[in-house]
Every structure is written in C-alpha cells, then in structure tokens.
Design a protein around this ligand. Structure first.
Ligand code: FE2
Length: 286
C-alpha cells in the first residue's frame, strides 16, 4: 500500500461505510502511516484530507500495528508522512496519532529482500543522526540516541557483510522502535526534510534518500562536537569511514542542477521542518 493522500481518502470512504472500532496497520512505514491518517478521517466521518493538516486536536479511532519492516519506527511515533502530488514531496500531517498496541516481532521481517533490509537499516541510522542534531534534542534524547548508535555499531559489520540472520533482524527491529520513540520527542530534521523531494523526484526508497544526504548534512553541520560523537559512537575512526559505509550501502544517484534547485525550493517551503534545525539555514542560488 502506498501513502498517497488519495489512498488515505479511499480508506476513509471504505471505513465510513461500516464505522469500524479500530484499524490494524500491517506492513512497513507506508501502510502504517496511511492507517494513522485514515484513523483521523474515519473518526471525523470525512474523506477530506485537508483535515489532516489543521491543528484541531488529535482525535482518531483506535489503531493496532504489526510492522513487517525495521526502519520507519512509525509504530512508536505519532507522525504520519504522506505523499502529496501537488507539492511533489512528502509532508507530515499535523495531527499526532499514537497506536494502542504494536506487535513488534523480528520474525515478521525475516523475508525482507536485500534492498529493503539495507534501506530500512540506513533509515534507522539517519533517524538517530537527525534526533541527535535536532534543535529539540536534550539530555534525555542524547542518552537514548547514544544507546541507539552503540547498538547500530554492533550491526554495522552485519550490514557490510550482508549477514542478515535472526540476531541482526532482532537488533535492528528494536533499534528502529527506539529511534521511533525518540522521534516522538524531537521529530526528524534536515536529512529527512531534504530526502522527501529526492524520494519523490528520483523514485528511490526513503532510507536510501536519507542515507545519500546524511554525510553531507553532517559535514555541513556547525556542531562538530556532536558530529564527532556520532562518528565515534558508531565505531568509525573518522567521518570518511561513515561516508564510505553510506556510499557502499546506498545506490548512486545523479541529480541535475535544475533538479537540485527544484528540490531545494520544496525544502524551503517547509518552514516548520526547517525550524527543527538548531540554527537558521539559507538557500543560496549559484
Ligand atoms: Fe526516516
């Protein structure tokens, strides 16, 4: 299932016909995020997706989730990210939607193919990066991120060696949910904000889009102390080793100057997300 606004509206139409008490979202981040948004619309007996982007409360029908990927962490966040064709990107709904219960079991992820396994693992890493570098980070967040990064350092060799055994699946599943819990406190920041138009425009997975941007984001970031912290917590000798890990894990994507300009402008339309970065960023047109 995709995460299009139209899909959410269709689910709501379907649900309104028999007034369900709850929704069970099964799958990766897309169906779970679509279920969250649909739960709001069904509660309000509406198919109007504009309702998702206002700030009139967080009411929704009950949700249960069964994640079958280990990356989005959506089962433990209140966020729902939807694809908006008119804006050529993905946007976060304004409503905060938590599930009643999530059935987190790594056995549901064992049949994930190689590309999805790596992409979702890279997504977990970039969640931890964004959380640590966020304007909303604090001591609680930083401590949890450190636990996440140390855990990720244990599975790094498994990703590099394509050793996706049960031990790997269990660890990345738990790390994904931990990173999701932290997102509930910080939201994500620029790596993710920049990834949305890239995913939309180049049709690459979310995790890979974030992974392609993470190194440049860290190099650009002014808080070098925190950047060094991330590199060393992951067990890398220097940031170039992190760069090489990301380069080897993600596909090579080429963007034209016109595309970069278009994607950058989309990023700068999302003022709320830009405010998650700890200092002002500006768009420089060369
Ligand atoms: Fe993500």
């Amino acid at each position: 299932m995709n995460r299009l606004l139209e899909t959410v509206s269709n689910i709501s139409q379907f649900g309104m016909d028999f007034s369900p008490d709850f929704i069970i979202g099964i799958g990766g981040g897309s169906p779970i995020d679509a279920a969250k948004a649909a739960s709001v619309l069904i509660f309000h007996k509406s198919t109007d997706t504009d309702l998702l982007f206002d700030n009139r409360g967080d009411t929704h029908i009950t949700l249960f989730f069964v994640p079958t990927t280990a990356g989005s962490g959506s089962e433990s966040t209140p966020s729902s990210i939807l694809t908006v064709h008119t804006r050529k990107t993905k946007l976060s709904i304004k409503r905060r939607v938590y599930c009643e219960k999530a059935f987190i079991n790594f056995r549901y992820t064992i049949s994930m193919p190689y590309n999805i396994t790596v992409s979702t693992a890279v997504d977990v890493l970039t969640h931890l990066v964004d959380e640590y570098m966020s304007a909303k980070s604090n001591i609680f967040v930083d401590k949890l991120v450190k636990i996440g990064l140390l855990g990720f350092s244990e599975i790094l060799p498994m990703i590099q060696n394509e050793e996706f055994n049960e031990c790997f699946r269990e660890k990345i599943m738990i790390l994904s949910s931990i990173a999701g819990i932290i997102i509930a406190n910080t939201r994500t920041t620029l790596t993710h904000t920049m990834s949305y138009p890239l995913t939309y425009g180049k049709k690459i997975t979310h995790g890979f889009a974030c992974g392609l941007l993470a190194y440049e984001y860290l190099v650009f970031h002014k808080n070098k102390y925190k950047v060094d912290d991330i590199v060393s917590a992951l067990g890398f000798a220097n940031i170039v080793e992190l760069k090489n890990f990301l380069k080897n894990s993600c596909p090579n994507i080429v963007c034209s100057e016109k595309e970069i300009y278009e994607y950058s402008n989309i990023v700068f339309e999302d003022k709320e997300r830009l405010s998650m970065h700890p200092y002002e960023v500006s768009l420089i047109v060369l």
